[in-house]
Ligand binder design. Structure first.
Ligand code: GDG
Length: 505
């Protein structure tokens, strides 16, 4: 069972039995679809429309169970607590988070609704995988009601350092909510470390490596998985909190990039841009975490300094609309669009536009054509859990060409060391990296891109989900102490819920 804020389908038209749905195929669906079909999986989530009730239905062999949200839930739980409290807080307070008690109350209520929907459908010993910062209380709600469940949680965004996390008035409840899971996945080692530190500081629990020991009262723990007696003779439930860096359906991007019509479109894009020598590309949701302003500043200064010429170098910036009802996002849009117009006004010529700014969403085929056309890909996020765009660019470059400029504040930078790594706050450094990317000899481009592609193609989203499930259905967490290896038998874990084998001793 998957529990995520949004379902993997979009509503097209109709109500009740006449409702028409379109799959919204993200990487997550691609990774989980085969397993969901094989195991008769259920996906629980919101359809993305306020005040609309939909009956459960089946899409592509997956049972879909919609959770309804009222207009006020959307405002308080989703736009408020999720996107205006947690999102800025977890991204190092790049924008100031807002703390409102009514938003928190709505967050608790809506988390309860998701948990109840999951509990209604969960067979004994079912494996439930909860996703992301909107649903951090669900693991504990499930655990309290049904200790037999195998519960996983994956956090797609960063987990902040304690000094920042500690600002959250409900910091204890959130950590306790997450600790209901058997396995808590993070993007980076540093995120898992920050979480373990928050657990130690707020709850005083012991952590050993990736394993957190949650103390149990003497009558608790019956039927729980991962219960053991620790070194001090206390009964504890162990929770594994470690990094599982997410990835993309790399094969799909390669396949798209191999299609002659998409390659032809890439050539057409270059022509339509006036055949510049270098196309630089940015692709982001219009979000303040993505460092779009820093990128524009560096590019504008390069034009001003005459280090580059608008006849030779052009920037395409796709900024797909996002969270448009949240005030900070409205302000960001104004700032970005003012900067783009200024740069275009100052440096464009009749035949060459400095920045092609596209505030639109595009089909995936068009995105791949853009990736193929782009000589330099700019990923300058100020903080980003992973950043899939960096991986999509690399997977699409079947020609082993193109240069990736990548912020060291993305999770992707842990794996993609052959990119030109930058600190986007250092505008001079960013400008130098852009010039270096533009001037990089073909041999070096090819050497770096080959290495990057090798990494992304071997560490795709299928491998990510398999690794997470493997950890989730593992019989014990013992080997994550680094103490000893335990033979892996997921079947045993699934068929004997609550059985802890040697760990119970
Ligand atoms: C969160 C975390 C983490 C964008 N515009 C269009 C479009 N996109 C697609 C991209 C990419 C996805 O949206 C964006 O993913 P990112 O990873 O770059 O960023 P977030 O949306 O912030 O995602 C992030 C991710 O979760 C997964 O765990 O990596 O750190 O913040 O796939 O291609 N796709 C199409 N048209 C667009 O206009 N088709």
């Amino acid at each position: 069972m998957i529990v995520s804020n949004r379902l993997p389908v979009d509503h097209v038209s109709g109500e009740g039995e006449d409702a028409v749905w379109r799959p919204s195929p993200g990487g997550l669906v691609a990774a989980l679809e085969p397993m969901m079909k094989r195991e008769d999986g259920v996906w629980i989530g919101w359809v993305g429309i306020a005040d609309a009730e939909f009956e459960p239905f089946e899409a592509d062999g997956i049972d879909i169970k919609p959770v309804a949200l009222s207009a006020q839930d959307v405002e308080y739980y989703y736009e408020g607590f999720s996107n205006d409290t947690l999102w800025p807080l977890y991204h190092d307070v790049i924008a100031p988070p807002s703390f409102h008690r009514e938003w928190w109350e709505a967050y608790v209520q809506v988390n309860r609704r998701f948990a109840d929907a999951a509990l209604e459908s969960a067979a004994p010993g079912a494996v439930v995988w909860v996703h992301d910062y909107q649903l951090q209380l669900v693991p504990k709600m499930l655990r309290d009601a049904r200790p037999d469940l195998v519960i996983g949680f994956f956090d797609h965004i960063p987990f902040p350092a304690y000094g920042i996390y500690a600002q959250l008035p409900w910091r204890k409840q959130v950590v306790e909510g997450l600790l209901g899971a058997d396995v808590i996945g993070f993007q980076r080692l540093g995120d898992a470390g920050n979480f373990a530190r928050a657990v130690r500081r707020l709850l005083g629990y012991e952590t050993r490596g990736a394993v957190i020991e949650v103390p149990l009262d003497h009558d608790e723990g019956v039927g729980h998985r991962h219960v053991k007696t620790n070194r001090r003779g206390a009964r504890v439930r162990t929770v594994l909190a470690k990094q599982f860096p997410i990835s993309i359906d790399a094969q799909r991007y390669q396949d798209l990039a191999s299609q002659p019509d998409i390659q032809a479109r890439a050539r057409q894009i270059r022509e339509e841009l006036g055949n510049p020598t270098t196309i630089m590309l940015g692709v982001d949701r219009l979000d303040y975490t993505k460092g779009i302003g820093h990128r524009l500043k560096a590019y504008g200064e390069l034009l001003r300094d005459q280090s580059i010429d608008v006849e030779d170098v052009t920037l395409v910036q796709v900024a797909s609309p996002s969270r448009e009802r949240v005030e900070t996002y409205k302000q960001l849009r104004d700032e970005v669009e003012l900067t783009v117009s200024r740069i275009n006004g100052d440096y464009s010529t009749i035949s060459h536009t400095a920045i092609s700014y596209l505030h639109q969403g595009y089909p995936r085929e068009e995105m791949v054509a853009l990736y193929l056309a782009a000589d330099v890909m700019l990923v300058t996020a100020l903080r980003d859990g992973m950043n899939l765009v960096a991986k999509e660019y690399v997977a699409s470059r079947i020609d082993n060409d193109g240069v990736l400029v990548l912020s060291e504040f993305t999770g992707a930078s842990d794996e993609m060391k052959q990119a030109l790594l930058v600190n986007p706050h250092d505008i001079e450094g960013l400008k130098n990296a852009m010039v270096r990317a533009i001037e990089m000899p073909k041999r070096e481009r090819s050497r770096r891109m080959r290495a990057l592609r090798k990494r992304v193609l071997t560490h795709d989203v299928q491998r990510w989900s398999a690794t997470f499930f493997d950890a989730l259905t593992h019989v014990t967490h013992e080997d994550d102490f680094g103490a000893h290896e335990t033979p892996h038998n997921p079947q045993l874990a699934r068929s004997v819920p609550g059985s802890e084998g040697p760990a119970e001793s």
